[in-house]
Design a binder for this molecule. Structure first.
Ligand code: SF4
Length: 781
């Protein structure tokens, strides 16, 4: 029987008005859609304010809820407009707002507290501590990370009052959502701002670089990062029993036909389950129908297992349709023997159990590539007791017996889909008029003005650029990945050493390291040993982590870097933190803080206890945006001194973290090696490696380097530079630190000319060549 009293909510996507009508007619319980300016699908048609108003009234008339997606990270100079927009929008709809940015959470909490907030899957919630933290912050619903198994989800659902939503169908990101920087670092189009260029759907070739030799591990490039589509009709009963309250269909970029068929089919099976759970069975024809819409190969995602062997389809990243048969016979336009694939054919024969009709589009996978056929001439014929479709062609070559035939487009299903939206949508014309801020809203303009003043945001905010010299000492933090490296690095030029090894931390090995113990005891002022904590951590590891943090604190450790909201929550539960107010934390850049309200949100959680000693701002903001946040923060917290604002200054930046063991790739034995790369069509190479938790990690093709721009960087209020040692030899790390130290002292000593000629000399040093400046000078779209 069902695990819930009320039915699971079917949440449908609407990238435009036709999709909305299709979703309503197909039986959605709620629809999520985006305003033209904000939302994680910037390239979808989306809704202007007038259309939003119409959408809300149309949906409400049917008893359907509208959830507004505002699920991108936002920047300071967007806050003013968003606040005014929300003031108007919440006057017409209070069903729910889906967000990613902690700053928006802060704003909605403060100004629109009766509007339910939904945590977007972009928030990457996968443990119960994160759920608790955001539940306390006012979130009513969380869309969980797509990487969770049903067992893990069940564990969460038993512990929380936050209503849980998961994705039920559609495209899947390769990377944990909200942690993907691939598109942003390769082309400036940020996935976290809804502008992803989908580099994970491109072809790559794995290359092992062995000394000076390149070994190509496959002969041709393939879609090594392209995940199959998610499908859950067959496991719907298990999902419902797991305590999920809402099932979301992916697809704000998809057609109204897609929305109609996918939503209609899930509606049918949700109803069937609640009506007759004992006889729940998915019909083959419905799976066929789903596959006729945009569909890659289908799979259950991570729900049944986290160690997946077949979640990638390297053969194809676009829609695949249904395989309906193979060519059984060919009629050639001339007589005589025909060399395979070369004769001109006037008809092909297939024996498909699925109907083929005039107007359908077939795709034949031939030896010479895929050939599309628009079916015009078709006969059903019988030969020796078997039925065949004879499909007439315009004398084409390239076909061979046994070639696979795919139904790419089914006219009848398309007509069925169109009937759900065709006649209802014509009267809603798109207009490009911006919404009118003066439209009556919840609060007066004066109230909004006063509220925004606390963040030093006005109508022309976010551009408070005053050039000035930072007189503070700029600190150097080096990130290392193994406590053994401490020995060689401890007396070098770093002010802080950030030690990042989840495996050592969770196994208790880190604390056994004598150098580490010595460094903790030395407690030199200004030289901090910072313990990094994992950015991905499931419930099963939380207790272990808690006791290791307690152990480390008992031995004298004082500084911890946090990269997961669940660990923020955990820190406040550690016995030794409760006893000791001297423990400090650094907020890692995975929090993607890109505006002052987001910083304010986390600061309020952590500001007093345990205290914050450092903040790494989003790697996707530029110098001016950083300066705006730092300036506002300093004005808001004049009494607080000693907080370091840090930027990723040097090293390879991790652009993707995927929950899939690197061994799932071809030639797995050689994967996981530090010198393994994925090469793209422009010959750029991205390092790919695995971690101890069966994640695959991908790094940017170029090293970030800031040594040539320090003069400018330090005027932004940044006072700490992070040097990441990944893939570097110990002697190179020492050299890099030494050069940064020297460059900084030259600037601090006002010897700018010497600094310039010093760095000019460095430009021919391989350690500082062929680099990228990251986003610090350009930012992202
Ligand atoms: S995994 Fe990254 S690159 Fe791929 S679609 Fe998702 S956000 Fe874009």
């Amino acid at each position: 029987m069902t695990g819930n009293k009320s039915k699971i909510e079917l949440v449908a996507p609407a990238g435009g008005f036709e999709q909305l009508v299709a979703a309503l007619n197909a039986g959605a319980d709620s629809v999520y859609l985006g305003f033209k300016q904000y939302g994680a699908r910037a390239y979808a048609e989306n809704f202007n304010f007038r259309q939003l108003r119409k959408a809300v009234s149309k949906a409400h008339a049917r008893g359907v809820k509208i959830y507004l997606t505002l699920n991108t990270i936002i920047k300071d100079d967007e806050i003013y407009d968003i606040v005014y927009f929300l003031n108007n929008y919440t006057n017409i709809c209070k069903d729910g707002i889906i967000i990613q940015d902690a700053g928006l959470c802060r704003i909605i909490q403060d100004l629109f507290p009766d509007v339910p907030m939904h945590a977007s899957t972009q928030m990457n919630i996968h443990n119960s501590n994160s759920l608790d933290l955001f539940g306390t912050a006012g979130f009513k619903r969380a869309v969980l990370a797509r990487e969770m198994t049903l067992d893990e989800i069940k564990g969460l659902s038993n512990k929380t009052k936050v209503s849980l939503e998961i994705f039920g169908h559609g495209s899947q990101c390769y990377c944990y959502s909200g942690k993907c920087y691939f598109s942003s670092f390769t082309g400036g189009r940020s996935g976290n701002r809804g502008r992803c260029a989908q580099p994970c759907r491109m072809k790559y070739t794995p290359v092992q670089v062995d000394g000076k030799k390149d070994i190509y591990l496959s002969r041709s490039p393939s879609y090594l990062l392209s995940k199959k589509d998610l499908y859950t009709l067959d496991i719907l009963p298990e999902i419902i029993v797991a305590g999920i309250r809402a099932l979301k269909m992916e697809g704000r970029m998809k057609s109204p036909e897609y929305v109609a068929i996918i939503v209609g089919t899930y509606r049918k099976y949700i109803d069937l389950y609640y009506r007759d759970p004992e006889n729940y069975k998915v019909k083959e024809e419905d799976v066929y129908k789903i596959k006729q819409m945009f569909s890659r190969q289908l799979c259950n995602g991570y729900y049944k297992s986290s160690s997946l062997k077949n979640i990638i389809d390297p053969g194809r990243s676009g829609s695949i349709g249904n395989l309906i048969g193979r060519i059984k016979k060919i009629d050639y336009s001339h007589s005589g023997r025909v060399k395979r694939g070369y004769g001109r054919a006037e008809a092909i024969y297939i024996n498909s159990k699925w109907p083929v009709r005039s107007g359908d589009i077939l795709e034949v996978w031939t030896r010479k590539g895929n050939k599309k056929i628009i079916v015009k001439n078709i006969d059903r014929i019988e030969e020796k007791g078997k039925y065949y479709y004879r499909i007439g062609l315009d004398s084409e070559d390239g076909f061979s017996l046994k070639d696979r035939v795919i139904k790419y487009f089914d006219k009848k299903i398309d007509e069925e889909a169109k009937s759900l939206f065709r006649y209802s949508s014509g009267n809603i014309k798109d207009d490009i008029k911006p919404y009118n801020r003066k439209t009556s809203g919840i609060h007066s303009r004066e109230k909004l003005r006063q509220y925004l003043e606390r963040y030093h945001i006005g109508e022309d905010s976010g551009k408070i650029i005053v050039k000035g010299n930072n007189t503070e000492k700029i600190k150097l933090t080096v990130k290392i990945y193994n406590s053994r490296e401490l020995e060689s690095i401890q007396d070098g030029d770093a002010d802080n050493i950030l030690i990042s090894s989840q495996q050592e931390l969770l196994s208790g090995k880190m604390i056994e390291n004598e150098v580490l113990q010595g460094l903790i005891k030395k407690d030199k002022p200004g030289k901090q040993l910072i313990i990094d904590t994992p950015d991905i951590i499931y419930d099963r590891d939380m207790d272990k982590l808690k006791s290791e943090i307690d152990n480390l604190i008992e031995r004298g450790a004082k500084y911890f870097r946090i990269s997961n909201p669940g660990i923020m929550k955990l820190m406040s539960q550690c016995d030794n933190i409760k006893k000791n107010n001297g423990i400090k934390v650094i907020i890692g850049n995975t929090f993607n803080i890109s505006n002052i309200a987001a910083l304010d949100f986390y600061y309020n959680i952590l500001g007093d206890y345990p205290g914050i000693s450092g903040i790494e701002l989003s790697p996707e903001i530029n110098m001016e945006e950083s300066r705006s946040i730092i300036d506002s923060f300093k004005k808001m917290h004049r009494e607080k001194r000693g907080i370091d604002f840090s930027v990723f200054a040097h090293g390879f930046f991790k652009v993707m973290t995927a929950r899939c063991d690197i061994s799932l790739y071809e030639n797995s034995s050689s994967m996981g090696h530090a010198n393994l790369f994925l090469e793209d069509r422009k010959k750029y190479r991205f390092r790919i490696t695995g971690d101890e938790n069966a994640n695959t990690l991908i790094y940017n093709s170029k090293n970030i380097c800031s040594i040539f721009d320090l003069e400018i960087i330090i005027t932004s209020g940044i006072n700490s530079l992070l040097i990441d040692s990944i893939f570097m030899r110990p002697e190179d790390i020492k050299n890099i630190l030494k050069n940064y130290r020297k460059a900084l002292s030259l600037i601090a000593g006002n010897k700018v000319d010497v600094y310039r000629s010093f760095t000019e000399d460095l430009s021919s040093d391989p350690l500082f060549m062929d680099y990228s400046k990251g986003h610090f000078f350009r930012g992202v779209e």
